[in-house]
Design a protein around this ligand. Sequence first.
Ligand code: 5GP
Ligand code: ZN
Length: 113
Amino acid sequence: MTDCIFCKIARKEMGSLIYEDELVAAFDDVNPQAPVHVLIVPKNHVERLLDVGDDDKLLLGHILVVANKIARERGVAEAGYRVVVNCNREAGQSVWHLHFHLLGGRKMGWPPG
Ligand code: 5GP
Ligand code: ZN
């Protein structure tokens, strides 16, 4: 998808990546909600969590392993971190390229708002 902002970031046409491999890219959120707020995205364009299926199980597991790696690198792993996917309108999805939020560095509230 040429006009998708997260595709452009993943292709390094804008912004800067903090991590990438053959499957995923990660970058700092432009409007961070915590001292650590990283977005992890598949390099292939997928709109929503709802759109992934059996063929994507490896990708989904891989994203969580990458989240762990970044949490450790950013120094929030032991204190605690949260991984969030907002899917569709009522959950607050605003960018239509699947992304996992990695949040850490402060005490989190529960339930989420
Ligand atoms: P959502 O609301 O879809 O779960 O999360 C979208 C996230 O993308 C938001 O946290 C927002 O700040 C972030 N975001 C939107 N546009 C950009 C951008 O151009 N660059 C970066 N780095 N983050 C973005
Ligand atoms: Zn995209």
